[in-house]
Design a protein around this ligand. Structure first.
Ligand code: ZN
Length: 241
């Protein structure tokens, strides 16, 4: 079984009637519900306003893949928790950053750049599959269309992805690297663009398929106990053996 923790800021769903209507129990609950239908996935949720943002050592120690959704309150995530998440990814945990997590603390720490991008509300998105044989694109057609989404455009300030799975096109003419994979230490990181809180994107079957595929792709074979010390001395004798 893959143990997944879906983490959500869970503020817009309480304060905005439109968002509440789309995700009555929160974005995290919607994602947990469709993931929970997969027999290989064991899912739990955590939110910003829980003690330690719901990410106690016990929770993190039992998480193979964490999914992160945040937007307006990234600054309220404690540096200590962000550092713990970051360290666990380096040790093997998978990290999936959704939509406005392009500037979430643990994600920025993992990629090492600003994550800055261009944006605009209200557009139509066509999400092109550019790596059809990639496990995250399994079961999809040539593209996925989302009727109403927020636009994110280039230049997106990220390190060149190790693998690029999706590129989005918007009616306004912009394009965006929407599905980006990186290896960080022992862990796998995936950024996936769609999922603005006031659009019902996480109810779209193909989007659910992509996130489920991403969980399976990011699931580690092993999470090591601690990171290797920076200098591992090998004696000349040992090297010759
Ligand atoms: Zn948004």
């Amino acid at each position: 079984m893959i143990n997944v923790t879906v983490w959500n800021e869970f503020r817009h769903e309480k304060s905005d009637e439109n968002v509440k209507r789309i995700y009555p129990d929160g974005i995290h609950k919607c994602i947990a519900d469709f993931l929970g239908k997969d027999k290989e996935i064991n899912v739990r949720t955590a939110t910003l306003d829980e003690p330690m943002h719901g990410l106690t050592d016990e929770v993190l120690d039992n998480t193979d893949v964490i999914i992160w959704w945040g937007h307006a309150f990234h600054h309220e995530v404690s540096d200590e928790i962000a550092a713990k998440v970051h360290q666990r990814v380096l040790r093997g945990m998978g990290f999936i950053a959704l939509h406005s997590c392009h500037v979430a603390k643990p994600f920025i720490k993992l990629i090492g750049t600003s994550g800055a991008l261009r944006w605009r509300t209200d557009d139509f998105e066509r999400l092109w599959v550019v790596s059809p044989s990639h496990p995250i694109a399994e079961g999809l057609g040539d593209y996925v269309e989302i009727e109403d989404e927020e636009m994110y455009g280039e230049a997106y300030d990220i390190p060149t992805p190790d693998e690029l799975v999706f590129i989005s096109w918007f009616r306004g003419g912009e394009v965006f690297r929407s599905g980006c994979c990186w290896n960080r230490g022992r862990g796998k990181v995936f950024y996936f663009r769609p999922g603005h809180e006031s659009n019902p994107t996480y109810h779209v079957p193909d989007i659910q398929k992509i996130i489920t595929n991403a969980v399976k792709w990011a699931a580690p074979k092993q999470i090591i106990e601690k990171l290797d010390c920076p200098f591992i001395e090998i004696s000349p004798e040992a090297a010759r053996k």
